[in-house]
Design a protein around this ligand. Structure first.
Ligand SMILES: Cc1cc2nc3c(=O)[nH]c(=O)nc-3n(C[C@H](O)[C@H](O)[C@H](O)COP(=O)(O)OP(=O)(O)OC[C@H]3O[C@@H](n4cnc5c(N)ncnc54)[C@H](O)[C@@H]3O)c2cc1C
Length: 488
């Protein structure tokens, strides 16, 4: 008998799981609380698709090299549809810092470091259409899961889901339930209430997200990719320009939670743009001759790094249940990893479900593979965010003098790692493999040859590496606050 898989949630992870398992012959039903996407042109989809269940939908998204590699290897037909809808692949040479452009020599692994640029609405809309059109999954839209049913066994075994739609409530039986209900999905709480002692590792991202979208004027082009960085970290503010599809782009300002003054005002469109115009890498995108805003400023908080444990000492807490995407783990969105994690977890799960049939062995094998592949990203993000939160706090205190260890680490990063990634293709490639999620992010410094190059750069006198520092990223905190708070 064909295994009946029910997937809760048609966001990024639910769609990735539906595509992957549908191709491998599972009987897939996707249950999604929000209405189906409207049949409209892609820009109208952005404006009109009602997606209360995925409130990050209209925030900037970038898609990493590992996700592109998975699309090339496993879903080339989907990739072709995405490109036809306006999504763009940006190969490694096009994202090189200018000091490296002139000496570039191609390498086979460069293909792994291709970005995909697209609005999240475009990506999700095309994925959804693709999964439904190929008959690989049936979709029940505007249908919310409101509870689970279990067999009277220990550990708990999930046997189905109770749903509610316009016609009323009913039960849907399944052999396997995949939880793709995202960052605020209810399933974890249901399992805990039913007696599964699921545990969580949680650390705060420490930032709030503010995003505004813009359209290039007809005939206008994006600024040339040169020395000016389109993203930067000023301590009291992180920012990035995110090129999209079909002449659209967005800007995200990530404000530390502790920056209460800035948080209050940045949501005003006029102040948002004023701040952007003080950032050289953003200003040129916003020139009135080039583009105009097409949205309000969207804001989002409650951002955390989360890792969930579904077994202990090799004993599963629940059977017939598998979390993918944000339901399994989350990381600070600024690093653009969530959708890639959705695809990786869906692919790992499909492999395990295909190879194993015993429900307990399945959960243990899946969790072990998740831990090996993805837990290092959780740990690294938690460490990095803790450092960023400390830095933001210190930025507010003019009397603050960092300790020696903190000064050395910062000096090494600013005068070793940064110029090395801007001056050596080998170092940049090693760094970007972690950035694009092909290997744990901190691995690059564990390679002796790379570490030697970074250390040599650190030791090099400043006047010999002046050209390898990034250009001016933006004003200091006091200057920016004065500029933002000025009443016109
Ligand atoms: C501000 C922000 C910016 C981000 N930027 C990036 C980026 O640049 N790159 C990147 O890769 N990732 C980014 N992410 C992360 C990315 O958005 C998520 O990791 C990704 O959406 C996870 O997919 P998911 O399917 O697990 O959850 P979601 O995409 O959130 O989907 C969950 C789905 O479950 C449905 N659902 C919930 N409850 C029920 C229920 N009871 N019954 C039925 N359906 C239900 C919801 O309606 C929703 O459709 C960002 C996240 C945030 C918050």
């Amino acid at each position: 008998m064909v295994e009946r898989v029910v997937i809760l949630g048609a966001g990024m992870a639910g769609l990735a799981a539906a595509l992957t398992l549908g191709k491998r012959g599972f009987d897939v039903t996707v249950i999604e609380r929000d209405p189906a996407p409207p049949e409209l042109p892609i820009d109208d989809v952005f404006a009109q698709w009602e997606r209360k269940g995925a409130t990050q939908l209209r925030h900037s998204h970038v898609f990493l090299g590992r996700l592109c590699s998975i699309l090339h290897a496993q879903h080339p037909d989907l990739l072709a549809e995405l490109k036809a809808a306006g999504a763009r692949e940006i190969p490694f040479p096009e994202s090189l810092p200018s000091p490296l452009r002139d000496h570039f020599a191609a390498d086979a692994q460069d293909a792994d470091m291709t970005f995909l640029f697209s609005r999240r609405t475009t990506l999700e809309y095309v994925m959804r259409r693709h999964a439904a059109a190929n008959g690989r999954a049936r979709f029940l839209s505007a249908t919310g899961a409101i509870g689970l049913s279990f067999a009277e066994e220990k550990p708990l075994r999930v046997t189905g889901v109770r749903v509610r739609d316009a016609a009323g409530e009913r039960d849907i039986a399944c052999d396997t339930l995949i939880d793709a209900t995202g960052r605020i999905g209810p399933v974890n709480d249901w399992l805990k209430a039913a007696g599964a002692p699921i545990t969580e590792e949680v650390s705060q991202a420490g930032i709030l997200y503010y995003t505004r979208h813009y359209a290039l004027h007809p005939g206008a082009s994006e600024p040339e990719r040169d020395k000016t960085a389109g993203a930067g970290d000023l301590g009291y503010l992180k920012y990035g320009v995110f090129p999209g599809d079909n002449g659209r782009f967005s800007v995200t300002l990530a404000v530390p939670e502790i920056e209460t003054e800035l948080r209050k005002i940045v949501v005003e469109p006029e102040i948002f743009d004023r701040i952007c115009n003080a950032l050289p890498g953003v200003r040129r995108w916003l020139e009135p001759s080039r583009s105009a805003p097409v949205s309000k400023v969207f804001s989002m908080g409650n951002l955390a790094n989360v890792w969930r444990n579904f077994s202990r000492d090799g004993v599963p807490h629940v059977l017939g249940y598998f979390p993918v995407g944000d339901a399994a783990m989350r990381t600070n969105p600024l690093y653009g990893r969530g959708c890639t994690i959705s695809f990786i977890s869906a692919a790992l799960l499909a492999d395990v479900l295909e190879k194993e049939s015993d429900p307990a062995s399945r959960l243990i094998a899946y969790e072990a593979r998740l831990r090996t592949e993805l837990h290092p990203f959780y740990l690294s993000m938690a460490r990095q965010d803790a450092m960023a939160i400390r830095r933001a706090r210190n930025e507010r205190d003019p009397a603050h003098r960092p300790r020696l260890k903190a000064r050395i680490i910062r000096h090494f990063a600013e005068n070793g790692v940064v110029p090395a990634t801007r001056g050596s293709l080998a170092v940049l490639r090693a760094f970007m493999r972690g950035f694009h999620m092909h290997e744990p992010p901190e691995n690059f410094l564990k390679r002796p040859a790379i570490l030697m190059r970074v250390l040599a750069m650190w030791m090099r006198p400043k006047f010999l590496k002046r050209h390898l520092y990034p250009p001016f990223l933006g004003p200091g905190r006091a200057e920016m606050l004065a500029l933002a708070e000025r009443r016109e």
